[in-house]
Design a protein around this ligand. Structure first.
Ligand code: KIV
Ligand code: ZN
Length: 516
């Protein structure tokens, strides 16, 4: 059967979701999981955008061997060099060059004419070919570009050496029919695509909720690469969701007669991993990976399911990696069993991190009779986060009640191992904790989101607190986990502050690199 390549951009376009910033360790973890699922190309980042992004792309290029590792670059010499440097040690390196082509972008963003846009694109593609033979070109906002100009620039890009041509629906404006027709038109007008074996690619944003439908239409009209993200995260309303495209093609092979190389049983763990690490919750009714995706509520449906599963279920949840039962370990389980389960869930931890996870697991298993996969994932994700910590929580004492003034005494350890303690009052116990932490760390952010959810079942379920903090315009998320919700709140706040500090430390802006 014919196949379409999966180009995953969770770590680049996905990370552009507001507040979804990932640390290098988290990006490597996700990249490894994507590779293990059979993703063909991983867009690991936009190397010129920050030193942190450059280092992450370089680190991923060093560990991923089966998937192609791609770095994004604008059509400028500095961008291409930075992307080339970042991917050069990858087993299969790719540079993805883009330049806006629509009238609105030409006139208002680039303030350049068509000829100049062709010239800088061609020069950039040639320069990128100096680093790798695998070069992708995207005429940004292709779906709003005049077809004649699109033909012209795509032709020039191929002649300059681009081996993949991506036609993005940058603002999610296309409809399935118009997007499909654009691909059909380009294929018809440019026989060079078939002659040179150039791969056409789709890249759809979800502003009208049409990203997946548009991607499928592109495939029907000749695209053999599809760009997408886990859980559909991305700029604004997000990108096309990888899991939906893969499962639409697989479930409706009878119709599309085309498949991907994705191991679908890795989809659900990937979804949980991305949601945990980015802090972006998956909506309950999200197709394929949402909590309700396979839940049957009505009596008629339940009756049908019991008689014959396929009456109401078009996919088997196990086929997308949803475990039939999630009860795995208990208080008598040893290190080896925990490590084996962590690996099955798709994580690669160092011995030191396994040790940390095991200590947390043991203390949790003492409090909880049943330890579920979700508990283990949460512990593991905590281990990944603590790797970047500058401050750690040592102790927390809170006084609250209907007649008491909420007061918190917080003890932290800083990166030099010194213990510091302070107390504060607040409007409520969480406010008192956050105010004490702000006094201790000197970082006072504006809390823009605070959510509590229980990770698993039972009265000793672990509570997970997600927060978003705005600090001088930088938005960061933090997650904390504990059977005590106040402790989880403190841990979430500290995680956000630690993340903010480590990002500030690593990042320099585009301006410093490009001088523009
Ligand atoms: O949406 C878009 O146009 C992009 C390009 C960089 C491909 O993300
Ligand atoms: Zn995009």
């Amino acid at each position: 059967m014919d196949t379409v390549r999966i180009f995953d951009t969770t770590l680049r376009d996905g990370e552009q979701s507001p507040g979804a910033t990932l640390t290098q360790a988290e990006k490597i973890e996700i990249a490894r999981h994507l590779e293990s699922m059979g993703v063909d190309i991983i867009e690991a980042g936009f190397p010129i955008s920050s030193d942190g992004d450059f280092e992450s792309v370089r680190a991923i290029a060093g560990v991923v061997t089966k998937s192609t590792v791609c770095g994004l670059a604008r059509s400028t010499a500095k961008d291409i060099d930075r992307a080339g440097e970042a991917v050069k040690h990858a087993k299969k390196p790719r540079i993805h060059v883009f330049c806006a082509t629509s009238k609105i972008h030409r006139e208002h963003k680039l303030r350049k004419g068509k000829e100049e846009i062709i010239r800088i694109s061609v020069e950039s593609i040639r320069q990128a070919r100096g680093y790798t033979a695998d070069v992708e070109f995207s005429p940004e906002d292709a779906s709003r570009t005049e077809l004649e100009f699109l033909e012209e620039i795509v032709h020039a890009a191929i002649e300059a050496g681009a081996t993949t041509i991506n036609l993005p629906d940058t603002v999610g404006y296309a409809t399935p029919q118009s997007y499909g027709e654009m691909f059909a038109h380009i294929v018809r007008k440019l026989p060079v695509i078939a002659d040179k074996g150039v791969v056409l690619s789709s890249h759809c944003h979800n502003d009208l909720g049409l990203a997946v439908a548009n991607s499928l239409s592109a495939i029907q009209n000749g695209a053999r690469q599809v760009e997408c993200t886990i859980n559909g995260i991305g700029e604004r309303a997000g990108n096309a969701a990888l899991e939906e495209i893969v499962m639409a093609l697989r479930t409706r092979k009878d119709f599309y007669a085309i498949d991907t190389r994705i191991d679908a049983t890795r989809i659900f763990p990937a979804s949980r991993m991305v949601s945990m690490l980015t802090g972006l919750a998956v909506q309950r009714n999200k197709a394929i990976v949402g909590q309700n995706a396979f839940a049957h509520e009505s009596g008629i449906h339940q009756d049908g399911m019991l008689k014959y599963r396929e009456t109401y279920e078009i996919m088997d949840p196990v086929s997308v990696g949803i475990p039939a039962t999630s009860l795995v370990l208990g208080k008598h389980s040893g290190r080896a069993a925990l490590k084996a389960r962590i690996v099955e869930l798709g994580y690669h931890l160092t011995d030191e991190q396994i040790e940390g996870a095991f200590t947390r697991f043991k203390s949790l298993a003492d409090k909880k009779k049943e330890v579920f996969d979700e508990d283990i994932e949460a512990i593991v994700d905590d281990q990944l986060e603590t790797g970047v910590g500058l401050w750690t929580l040592v102790g927390l004492q809170v006084t609250a009640g209907s007649t008491a003034i909420p007061t918190a005494v917080v003890t932290l350890k800083d990166s030099n191992g010194e213990q510091i303690q302070d107390a504060s009052v607040g409007d409520g116990p969480v406010d008192a904790i956050y105010s004490a932490i702000a006094r201790l760390t000197g970082v006072r952010g504006n809390l823009t989101d605070y959510r509590v959810q229980s990770v698993t079942r039972g009265k000793e379920a672990q509570g997970e607190v997600h927060i978003e903090l705005d600090h001088s315009g930088s938005k960061v998320r933090g997650r904390g986990l504990s059977t005590d919700i106040l402790e989880a709140s403190a841990l979430a706040y500290l995680a956000a502050i630690n993340r903010l500090r480590s990002l500030e430390h690593r990042q320099r802006t585009v301006t410093q690199h490009t001088g523009v």
